[in-house]
Design a protein around this ligand. Structure first.
Ligand SMILES: Cc1ncc(COP(=O)(O)O)c(C=O)c1O
Length: 383
Protein backbone atom coordinates (compact mmCIF):
# COMPACT_ATOMS: atom_id res chain seq x y z
CA UNK A 1 0.00 0.00 0.00
CA UNK A 2 1.64 3.33 -1.01
CA UNK A 3 2.04 5.46 2.10
CA UNK A 4 -0.03 8.31 0.67
CA UNK A 5 -3.02 5.96 0.37
CA UNK A 6 -2.98 4.95 4.02
CA UNK A 7 -5.78 6.37 6.15
CA UNK A 8 -4.28 7.82 9.31
CA UNK A 9 -6.38 6.61 12.25
CA UNK A 10 -3.72 7.17 14.90
CA UNK A 11 -4.49 9.42 17.87
CA UNK A 12 -2.06 12.02 16.53
CA UNK A 13 -0.95 12.95 14.06
CA UNK A 14 -4.42 12.82 12.53
CA UNK A 15 -5.79 13.19 9.00
CA UNK A 16 -5.07 16.58 7.52
CA UNK A 17 -7.69 18.01 5.19
CA UNK A 18 -6.51 18.94 1.67
CA UNK A 19 -7.65 22.52 2.25
CA UNK A 20 -5.20 22.76 5.11
CA UNK A 21 -2.36 21.17 3.15
CA UNK A 22 -3.01 23.53 0.25
CA UNK A 23 -3.14 26.53 2.59
CA UNK A 24 0.37 25.59 3.71
CA UNK A 25 1.63 25.44 0.12
CA UNK A 26 2.00 29.20 -0.16
CA UNK A 27 5.20 31.21 -0.40
CA UNK A 28 6.86 31.55 2.99
CA UNK A 29 6.71 35.19 4.06
CA UNK A 30 8.76 37.14 6.55
CA UNK A 31 7.40 36.83 10.07
CA UNK A 32 7.97 40.56 10.61
CA UNK A 33 5.89 41.55 7.56
CA UNK A 34 2.52 43.29 7.99
CA UNK A 35 0.84 40.32 6.25
CA UNK A 36 2.17 37.78 8.75
CA UNK A 37 1.52 40.06 11.70
CA UNK A 38 -2.13 40.26 10.63
CA UNK A 39 -2.41 36.50 10.02
CA UNK A 40 -0.87 35.71 13.41
CA UNK A 41 -3.27 38.04 15.22
CA UNK A 42 -6.21 36.40 13.46
CA UNK A 43 -5.00 32.91 14.40
CA UNK A 44 -4.60 33.89 18.06
CA UNK A 45 -8.11 35.33 18.15
CA UNK A 46 -9.55 32.16 16.57
CA UNK A 47 -7.67 30.03 19.12
CA UNK A 48 -9.24 32.08 21.92
CA UNK A 49 -12.65 31.11 20.55
CA UNK A 50 -11.75 27.41 20.59
CA UNK A 51 -10.46 27.59 24.16
CA UNK A 52 -13.31 29.90 25.20
CA UNK A 53 -11.00 32.40 26.82
CA UNK A 54 -10.56 36.14 26.76
CA UNK A 55 -7.11 35.58 28.25
CA UNK A 56 -3.82 35.18 26.42
CA UNK A 57 -2.77 32.49 23.99
CA UNK A 58 0.82 31.65 23.08
CA UNK A 59 1.64 29.89 19.81
CA UNK A 60 5.14 28.48 19.41
CA UNK A 61 6.96 26.18 17.01
CA UNK A 62 7.21 22.84 18.81
CA UNK A 63 5.26 19.71 19.70
CA UNK A 64 2.70 19.25 22.48
CA UNK A 65 5.52 18.68 24.97
CA UNK A 66 6.96 22.12 24.25
CA UNK A 67 3.58 23.62 25.11
CA UNK A 68 3.48 21.49 28.27
CA UNK A 69 6.91 22.79 29.31
CA UNK A 70 5.90 26.42 28.76
CA UNK A 71 2.58 25.89 30.54
CA UNK A 72 4.30 24.33 33.57
CA UNK A 73 6.75 27.22 33.66
CA UNK A 74 3.84 29.65 33.97
CA UNK A 75 2.48 28.04 37.17
CA UNK A 76 5.38 26.35 38.94
CA UNK A 77 7.15 28.85 41.15
CA UNK A 78 9.98 28.02 43.55
CA UNK A 79 9.11 24.93 45.54
CA UNK A 80 5.45 24.81 44.44
CA UNK A 81 3.59 21.72 45.57
CA UNK A 82 2.15 20.04 42.49
CA UNK A 83 -0.41 17.24 42.54
CA UNK A 84 -0.41 15.21 39.33
CA UNK A 85 -3.52 13.12 38.71
CA UNK A 86 -2.38 10.13 36.69
CA UNK A 87 -4.74 8.32 34.33
CA UNK A 88 -2.08 7.06 31.93
CA UNK A 89 1.36 7.46 30.43
CA UNK A 90 1.32 11.21 29.75
CA UNK A 91 0.87 12.13 33.44
CA UNK A 92 4.52 11.10 33.84
CA UNK A 93 5.45 13.94 31.47
CA UNK A 94 3.68 16.44 33.72
CA UNK A 95 5.34 15.01 36.82
CA UNK A 96 8.79 14.98 35.20
CA UNK A 97 8.36 18.50 33.79
CA UNK A 98 7.30 19.92 37.16
CA UNK A 99 10.09 18.08 39.01
CA UNK A 100 12.70 19.43 36.60
CA UNK A 101 11.48 22.91 37.52
CA UNK A 102 12.13 22.17 41.21
CA UNK A 103 8.53 21.54 42.28
CA UNK A 104 7.58 19.20 45.09
CA UNK A 105 5.53 16.72 43.05
CA UNK A 106 3.06 14.16 44.39
CA UNK A 107 1.31 11.75 42.05
CA UNK A 108 -2.07 10.16 42.61
CA UNK A 109 -2.81 7.30 40.21
CA UNK A 110 -6.29 6.17 39.18
CA UNK A 111 -6.93 2.44 38.68
CA UNK A 112 -6.27 1.49 35.04
CA UNK A 113 -9.12 2.68 32.83
CA UNK A 114 -10.45 5.15 35.39
CA UNK A 115 -10.14 8.90 35.65
CA UNK A 116 -10.77 11.18 38.61
CA UNK A 117 -14.16 12.11 40.01
CA UNK A 118 -14.43 15.31 42.11
CA UNK A 119 -14.67 13.04 45.18
CA UNK A 120 -11.43 11.28 44.23
CA UNK A 121 -9.74 14.68 43.90
CA UNK A 122 -11.09 15.75 47.30
CA UNK A 123 -9.65 12.52 48.78
CA UNK A 124 -6.27 13.17 47.15
CA UNK A 125 -6.25 16.70 48.57
CA UNK A 126 -7.07 15.34 52.03
CA UNK A 127 -4.22 12.87 51.72
CA UNK A 128 -1.59 15.29 50.40
CA UNK A 129 -2.83 18.52 51.97
CA UNK A 130 -3.66 21.60 49.90
CA UNK A 131 -1.45 22.01 46.89
CA UNK A 132 -0.43 25.01 44.78
CA UNK A 133 -1.08 23.34 41.45
CA UNK A 134 -3.21 20.45 40.21
CA UNK A 135 -2.03 19.06 36.88
CA UNK A 136 -3.73 16.45 34.74
CA UNK A 137 -4.73 15.30 31.28
CA UNK A 138 -8.15 16.06 29.87
CA UNK A 139 -7.70 12.92 27.79
CA UNK A 140 -4.80 10.57 28.41
CA UNK A 141 -4.21 9.27 24.90
CA UNK A 142 -2.48 6.13 26.19
CA UNK A 143 -5.59 4.78 27.95
CA UNK A 144 -8.29 6.89 26.19
CA UNK A 145 -9.46 7.95 29.63
CA UNK A 146 -11.16 11.35 29.84
CA UNK A 147 -11.39 13.33 33.07
CA UNK A 148 -14.44 15.48 33.98
CA UNK A 149 -12.53 18.74 33.80
CA UNK A 150 -15.32 21.20 34.63
CA UNK A 151 -16.07 19.37 37.92
CA UNK A 152 -12.40 19.02 38.81
CA UNK A 153 -11.71 22.69 38.08
CA UNK A 154 -14.49 23.57 40.54
CA UNK A 155 -12.78 21.56 43.28
CA UNK A 156 -9.45 23.23 42.45
CA UNK A 157 -11.10 26.68 42.79
CA UNK A 158 -12.62 25.76 46.15
CA UNK A 159 -9.18 24.75 47.43
CA UNK A 160 -7.42 27.78 45.97
CA UNK A 161 -5.18 25.63 43.76
CA UNK A 162 -4.19 26.46 40.21
CA UNK A 163 -5.27 23.87 37.66
CA UNK A 164 -3.32 23.10 34.52
CA UNK A 165 -4.87 20.80 31.95
CA UNK A 166 -3.20 18.86 29.15
CA UNK A 167 -5.66 19.23 26.28
CA UNK A 168 -3.29 17.74 23.68
CA UNK A 169 -5.73 14.94 22.83
CA UNK A 170 -8.93 16.90 23.34
CA UNK A 171 -8.68 20.53 22.18
CA UNK A 172 -10.79 20.99 19.07
CA UNK A 173 -12.69 17.73 19.67
CA UNK A 174 -13.90 18.10 23.24
CA UNK A 175 -14.80 21.24 25.10
CA UNK A 176 -12.13 23.18 27.02
CA UNK A 177 -13.97 26.18 28.41
CA UNK A 178 -11.18 28.04 30.19
CA UNK A 179 -13.04 31.10 31.45
CA UNK A 180 -16.32 29.30 32.13
CA UNK A 181 -14.86 26.33 33.98
CA UNK A 182 -12.04 28.16 35.75
CA UNK A 183 -9.12 26.29 34.18
CA UNK A 184 -6.02 28.44 34.67
CA UNK A 185 -3.87 27.05 31.88
CA UNK A 186 -4.30 24.47 29.17
CA UNK A 187 -2.13 23.46 26.28
CA UNK A 188 -2.16 21.43 23.12
CA UNK A 189 -0.30 20.59 19.92
CA UNK A 190 -1.47 21.18 16.36
CA UNK A 191 -1.55 17.53 15.29
CA UNK A 192 -4.57 16.05 17.03
CA UNK A 193 -8.16 17.28 17.10
CA UNK A 194 -7.12 20.57 15.49
CA UNK A 195 -6.32 18.47 12.41
CA UNK A 196 -3.12 20.32 11.44
CA UNK A 197 0.30 18.73 10.83
CA UNK A 198 2.60 18.38 13.88
CA UNK A 199 4.87 21.28 14.77
CA UNK A 200 2.93 23.90 16.74
CA UNK A 201 2.57 24.16 20.51
CA UNK A 202 -0.33 26.18 21.92
CA UNK A 203 -0.76 27.40 25.50
CA UNK A 204 -3.98 29.15 26.55
CA UNK A 205 -4.53 31.05 29.79
CA UNK A 206 -7.85 32.00 31.35
CA UNK A 207 -8.82 35.67 31.46
CA UNK A 208 -8.37 35.66 35.23
CA UNK A 209 -4.98 33.97 35.24
CA UNK A 210 -3.75 36.15 32.36
CA UNK A 211 -4.04 39.18 34.66
CA UNK A 212 -1.64 37.61 37.15
CA UNK A 213 0.60 35.92 34.62
CA UNK A 214 4.28 36.27 35.39
CA UNK A 215 7.21 34.51 33.83
CA UNK A 216 8.57 31.83 36.17
CA UNK A 217 11.37 29.41 35.57
CA UNK A 218 12.54 30.91 32.31
CA UNK A 219 14.79 29.09 29.89
CA UNK A 220 16.27 30.50 26.72
CA UNK A 221 13.45 29.14 24.54
CA UNK A 222 10.65 29.23 27.12
CA UNK A 223 10.81 32.88 28.07
CA UNK A 224 7.18 33.75 28.69
CA UNK A 225 7.82 37.52 28.84
CA UNK A 226 9.49 37.56 25.43
CA UNK A 227 6.95 35.19 23.89
CA UNK A 228 4.05 37.29 25.18
CA UNK A 229 5.56 40.35 23.49
CA UNK A 230 5.87 38.38 20.26
CA UNK A 231 2.20 37.39 20.49
CA UNK A 232 1.24 41.09 20.76
CA UNK A 233 3.02 41.67 17.48
CA UNK A 234 5.25 39.40 15.45
CA UNK A 235 7.35 42.51 14.82
CA UNK A 236 8.57 41.92 18.40
CA UNK A 237 10.64 39.01 17.18
CA UNK A 238 11.89 36.51 19.74
CA UNK A 239 11.75 33.10 18.02
CA UNK A 240 10.89 32.59 14.37
CA UNK A 241 7.27 31.49 13.97
CA UNK A 242 6.55 28.36 11.90
CA UNK A 243 5.09 30.51 9.12
CA UNK A 244 3.61 27.81 6.85
CA UNK A 245 2.18 25.81 9.74
CA UNK A 246 0.45 28.99 10.87
CA UNK A 247 -1.17 29.21 7.40
CA UNK A 248 -2.37 25.63 7.92
CA UNK A 249 -3.64 26.25 11.45
CA UNK A 250 -5.52 29.33 10.26
CA UNK A 251 -7.37 27.22 7.68
CA UNK A 252 -7.99 24.45 10.24
CA UNK A 253 -9.49 26.95 12.67
CA UNK A 254 -11.75 28.26 9.91
CA UNK A 255 -13.01 24.73 9.32
CA UNK A 256 -13.55 24.21 13.06
CA UNK A 257 -15.41 27.49 13.57
CA UNK A 258 -17.46 26.98 10.39
CA UNK A 259 -18.56 23.57 11.66
CA UNK A 260 -19.43 25.21 14.99
CA UNK A 261 -17.93 24.14 18.32
CA UNK A 262 -21.09 22.52 19.69
CA UNK A 263 -21.69 20.57 16.49
CA UNK A 264 -18.09 19.51 16.34
CA UNK A 265 -18.04 18.25 19.92
CA UNK A 266 -21.29 16.39 19.31
CA UNK A 267 -19.79 14.82 16.15
CA UNK A 268 -16.82 13.63 18.20
CA UNK A 269 -19.11 12.17 20.88
CA UNK A 270 -21.05 10.35 18.18
CA UNK A 271 -17.93 9.04 16.39
CA UNK A 272 -16.61 7.70 19.68
CA UNK A 273 -19.88 5.92 20.41
CA UNK A 274 -19.83 4.37 16.92
CA UNK A 275 -16.30 3.02 17.36
CA UNK A 276 -17.03 1.67 20.81
CA UNK A 277 -20.22 -0.06 19.64
CA UNK A 278 -18.37 -1.70 16.76
CA UNK A 279 -15.49 -2.88 18.97
CA UNK A 280 -17.85 -4.27 21.60
CA UNK A 281 -19.76 -6.06 18.85
CA UNK A 282 -16.47 -7.80 18.04
CA UNK A 283 -16.12 -8.87 21.65
CA UNK A 284 -13.15 -6.61 22.27
CA UNK A 285 -12.65 -5.15 25.75
CA UNK A 286 -12.21 -1.40 26.04
CA UNK A 287 -9.49 0.00 28.29
CA UNK A 288 -11.39 3.04 29.59
CA UNK A 289 -14.29 2.32 31.91
CA UNK A 290 -17.75 3.71 31.37
CA UNK A 291 -18.04 7.33 32.45
CA UNK A 292 -14.37 8.00 31.67
CA UNK A 293 -14.28 7.35 27.92
CA UNK A 294 -12.80 9.94 25.60
CA UNK A 295 -14.55 11.24 22.50
CA UNK A 296 -11.34 11.52 20.51
CA UNK A 297 -9.54 8.17 20.90
CA UNK A 298 -10.46 4.62 21.88
CA UNK A 299 -8.03 2.11 23.37
CA UNK A 300 -8.95 -1.59 23.43
CA UNK A 301 -7.21 -4.78 24.56
CA UNK A 302 -5.83 -7.03 21.85
CA UNK A 303 -7.98 -10.15 21.64
CA UNK A 304 -6.36 -13.37 22.87
CA UNK A 305 -3.82 -14.66 20.35
CA UNK A 306 -3.55 -11.41 18.38
CA UNK A 307 -0.11 -9.80 18.49
CA UNK A 308 0.19 -6.05 18.09
CA UNK A 309 2.92 -6.21 15.43
CA UNK A 310 0.83 -8.58 13.30
CA UNK A 311 -2.33 -6.50 13.68
CA UNK A 312 -0.41 -3.37 12.70
CA UNK A 313 0.88 -5.09 9.54
CA UNK A 314 -2.52 -6.53 8.60
CA UNK A 315 -4.23 -3.17 9.06
CA UNK A 316 -1.60 -1.39 6.97
CA UNK A 317 -2.01 -3.98 4.24
CA UNK A 318 -5.64 -2.94 4.20
CA UNK A 319 -4.77 0.75 4.09
CA UNK A 320 -5.35 1.75 7.71
CA UNK A 321 -2.78 2.97 10.23
CA UNK A 322 -3.74 2.54 13.88
CA UNK A 323 -1.60 2.88 17.02
CA UNK A 324 -0.33 0.46 19.64
CA UNK A 325 0.10 0.75 23.40
CA UNK A 326 2.51 3.01 25.28
CA UNK A 327 4.42 2.28 28.48
CA UNK A 328 3.00 -0.60 30.48
CA UNK A 329 0.28 -1.15 27.85
CA UNK A 330 2.77 -1.73 25.02
CA UNK A 331 1.94 -4.98 23.23
CA UNK A 332 -1.36 -5.31 25.09
CA UNK A 333 -3.67 -2.83 23.42
CA UNK A 334 -4.42 -1.03 20.16
CA UNK A 335 -5.72 2.50 19.78
CA UNK A 336 -7.91 4.16 17.18
CA UNK A 337 -7.95 7.93 16.83
CA UNK A 338 -11.27 9.47 15.79
CA UNK A 339 -10.75 13.17 15.92
CA UNK A 340 -10.28 16.29 13.88
CA UNK A 341 -11.07 15.79 10.20
CA UNK A 342 -11.77 12.04 10.56
CA UNK A 343 -15.31 11.27 9.38
CA UNK A 344 -17.75 8.37 9.15
CA UNK A 345 -16.23 6.98 5.93
CA UNK A 346 -12.86 6.55 7.61
CA UNK A 347 -14.50 4.89 10.63
CA UNK A 348 -16.34 2.44 8.38
CA UNK A 349 -13.15 1.59 6.48
CA UNK A 350 -11.30 1.08 9.77
CA UNK A 351 -13.87 -1.28 11.25
CA UNK A 352 -14.14 -3.19 7.96
CA UNK A 353 -10.35 -3.64 7.87
CA UNK A 354 -10.32 -4.64 11.54
CA UNK A 355 -12.91 -7.37 11.00
CA UNK A 356 -10.84 -8.89 8.17
CA UNK A 357 -7.53 -8.45 10.00
CA UNK A 358 -8.85 -10.18 13.12
CA UNK A 359 -10.06 -13.13 11.03
CA UNK A 360 -6.71 -13.42 9.25
CA UNK A 361 -4.98 -13.47 12.64
CA UNK A 362 -7.19 -16.22 14.01
CA UNK A 363 -9.59 -14.16 16.08
CA UNK A 364 -12.82 -15.05 14.37
CA UNK A 365 -15.51 -12.41 14.09
CA UNK A 366 -18.48 -12.68 11.71
CA UNK A 367 -17.65 -10.45 8.76
CA UNK A 368 -19.94 -7.45 8.56
CA UNK A 369 -21.50 -7.81 12.02
CA UNK A 370 -19.76 -4.86 13.64
CA UNK A 371 -20.12 -2.91 10.40
CA UNK A 372 -23.86 -3.56 10.35
CA UNK A 373 -24.08 -2.30 13.90
CA UNK A 374 -22.41 0.94 12.81
CA UNK A 375 -24.52 1.19 9.67
CA UNK A 376 -27.72 0.85 11.68
CA UNK A 377 -26.68 3.54 14.12
CA UNK A 378 -25.71 5.85 11.26
CA UNK A 379 -28.95 5.14 9.39
CA UNK A 380 -31.02 5.81 12.52
CA UNK A 381 -29.53 9.31 12.56
CA UNK A 382 -30.05 9.73 8.81
CA UNK A 383 -26.29 9.96 8.34
C1 LIG B 1 -2.19 13.68 26.21
C2 LIG B 1 -0.86 13.97 25.60
N1 LIG B 1 -0.02 14.82 26.21
C3 LIG B 1 1.17 15.11 25.71
C4 LIG B 1 1.61 14.55 24.53
C5 LIG B 1 2.94 14.90 23.98
O1 LIG B 1 2.79 15.61 22.79
P1 LIG B 1 3.90 15.62 21.66
O2 LIG B 1 4.16 14.22 21.26
O3 LIG B 1 3.26 16.43 20.56
O4 LIG B 1 5.09 16.29 22.22
C6 LIG B 1 0.78 13.66 23.86
C7 LIG B 1 1.22 13.02 22.61
O5 LIG B 1 0.60 12.12 22.09
C8 LIG B 1 -0.49 13.36 24.40
O6 LIG B 1 -1.31 12.53 23.78
Amino acid sequence: MPHNKIILMTPGPTLVDYDILLAMAQPTINHGSPEFEELHKTVISKLKKVFETEGEVILIPGSGTSAMDLALRSVVRGKSKVLVLKAGYFADYLAKGARLLGADVVVEEAPLGMGFSPEALEDALKKHGDVDVIALQHVDTSTSVANPISDLAKVAREHGSRIIVDCVASAGGMRSNLDGWGIDVCFTGSQKALGTPPGLGIVAFSREFSRELEAQNKSLYFDLDMLRKEMESTKNYYVTPAVNLVYGLDRALDLILAEGLEKRFERHRFMASLVRSALMEMGVELVAKEGYRADTVTAAYLPRGVEWSSLYKEMRKRGIEIAGGLGELKGKIFRIGHMGQVGYNELISTIAALERSFNTLGYEVPLGKALTKMQNILASRSE
